[in-house]
Design a protein around this ligand. Structure first.
Ligand code: BES
Ligand code: MN
Ligand code: ZN
Length: 495
């Protein structure tokens, strides 16, 4: 998709389609009014028929309007004027793209000029680009009958001349985030017989080559040398060898401490000996979406050449049952030296993350954020809208919450009080790997907190947000927008 920024009156713009907004109550936006005036009231005449009332997300396409240069005009409902905000704006852009007639190859949007509280020309243009890319995303499917390709290939975004420079910046940021989201979706959607730990390692190397990152992909023997007994415990049940991926983007000042992103990379979670039930088990191919979001975020900051130091750490393996697999009752020794009694082999995410979090210490990070499809309990607590956020530092939590709001990729702050810690007591080891049914996403975070005492840390449980089930099954690319925005803010010094 090609995006460009232009100025000028709507009536004189050529192209296959122009999108303008109508507020509820048949109230014309400024751009719609200009078209109406130039066309001897063609738009108000159509509105009088009652075919379009301006309800949010409704659309109506008009053809061959006299005195209008574009082939079509799409009216899109903006909803109530007083309620119009960024969420509505995104919904409207999505609806317009979905309703775009087949023959449209190029379209122009007169929506970024609509006033939205707290939004800037840059943020509105970036949001438009992100939504267009998200809506037109196609799975690279392995079907004999290929999906019809998207015909739309050119999008022009109209803004006031004075806002052109800001808008160009918006295109750049929007495209960077979209590229990261698209990579995270692609990796998540791949079948688990293709997207293995080795495959993720190769993808990290490819990414490093394109953007100049430093990359290391550690193999089993090196992981063992590091003493990662917990991570290797999970990996031992599988025939696929594990990998520890370490990416470094060093575009900040030499003296600046890096931000570390740690992503759970279970390329398939059967539950292990504590085997999961069969229904929907295929969705456990998405158990590497934390890893995918780290790679996606690195793609985005690579595209932007962002002036920051960042480290990506990805422990990746399969969780399988086999004669070599860990059993309930086994005790593992983590890299930190703390021992863990495995009471349920399906609580494997925390077992691979704890060693990666200990490994993160060597980078003396200013902050560490781990991202993991960690618990079904988080989905029960929060549903599919926000990711669960846990942190040992309120200022870091606030930064991430605000980045999520700004990026429309929200998180919700969950408690992580010491009161919960006793649920992890074990009679035989320093801790158990599960804490019972009550507050399952919180005790998982409490488990991780025992390995993150040396730095500011936050944990994003993305079990409810990383992919969609049912008819729309597919990766969402979340939380790449949140993470990228967080890093962009940090690079700009907005703490
Ligand atoms: N990957 C799962 C969490 C998960 C389950 C995410 C379903 C999204 C949908 C994780 O490894 C897991 O199995 N967690 C267990 C923990 C339990 C054994 C304490 C869970 O949530 O049931
Ligand atoms: Mn599991
Ligand atoms: Zn898992």
């Amino acid at each position: 998709m090609e995006f460009s920024i232009k100025n000028g009156n709507p009536e004189s713009q050529r192209g296959d389609c122009l999108v303008v907004g109508i507020f509820e109550g048949k109230k014309l936006s400024d751009a719609a009014k200009k078209l109406d005036d130039a066309s001897n009231k063609a738009i108000s005449t159509v509105l009088k028929t009652g075919d379009m009332e301006g309800k949010i997300g409704t659309t109506l396409v008009m053809h061959n309007i006299a005195m209008i240069a574009a082939t079509r005009v799409m009216l899109v409902g903006l909803g109530k004027q007083g309620e119009f905000g960024e969420a509505q704006y995104r919904k409207v852009v999505r609806a317009a793209i979905k309703a775009m007639p087949k023959g449209v190859k190029s379209t122009g949007f007169y929506l970024a000029g609509l006033p939205i509280k707290k939004a800037t020309a840059q943020s509105k243009v970036a949001a438009l680009v992100e939504v267009v890319m998200d809506t037109t995303y196609q799975v690279n499917s392995i079907k004999l009958k290929k999906a019809e390709p998207v015909t739309l290939n050119k999008v022009t975004i109209y803004v006031e001349k004075s806002e052109s420079a800001q808008a160009e910046n918006g295109v750049k940021h929007g495209l960077a985030i979209a590229a990261g989201v698209s990579l995270a979706k692609d990796l998540g959607n791949l079948p688990p017989n293709v997207c293995t730990p080795t495959y993720l390692g190769d993808q990290a190397k490819k990414l490093a080559k394109s953007y100049g990152f430093k990359v290391e992909v550690l193999e089993q023997a090196e992981i063992k040398k590091l003493g990662m007994g917990s991570f290797l415990g999970v990996a031992q049940g599988s025939n696929e060898p594990p990998r520890l991926i370490v990416l470094q983007h060093n575009k900040g000042k030499k003296s600046q401490k890096p931000v570390a992103l740690v992503g759970k990379g279970i390329t398939f979670d059967t539950g292990g000996i504590s085997l999961k039930p069969g229904a929907d088990m295929d969705e456990m191919k998405y158990d590497m979406c934390g890893a995918a979001s780290v790679l996606g975020t690195f793609k985005a900051i690579g595209e932007l050449g962002l002036a920051i130091n960042a480290v990506g750490i990805i422990p990746t393996c399969e969780n399988m049952p086999s004669g070599n697999a860990i059993k309930p009752g086994d005790i593992l020794t983590s890299m930190s030296g703390q021992t863990i009694e495995v009471l349920n082999t399906d609580a494997e995410g925390r077992l691979i993350l704890c060693d990666a979090l200990t490994y993160a210490e060597r980078f003396e990070p200013s902050a560490v954020v781990d991202i993991a499809t960690l618990t079904g309990a988080c989905v029960i607590a929060l549903g599919h809208h926000p990711s669960g956020l846990f942190s040992n530092q309120d200022a870091l939590a606030k930064e991430l919450l605000e980045a999520g709001e700004k990026a429309h990729d929200r998180a919700w702050h969950m408690p992580m009080w010491d009161d919960y810690q006793t649920q992890l007591d074990s009679n035989f080891a320093d801790m158990a790997n599960i804490g019972g049914r009550a507050g399952g996403s919180i005790t998982a975070a409490c488990f991780l907190s025992r390995f993150t005492k040396k730095y500011h840390w936050a944990h994003l449980d993305i079990a409810g947000t990383a992919w969609k089930s049912g008819k729309e099954k597919g990766g969402t690319g979340r939380p790449v927008p949140l993470l990228t925005t967080f890093l962009v803010n940090r690079a700009a010094g907005v703490k």
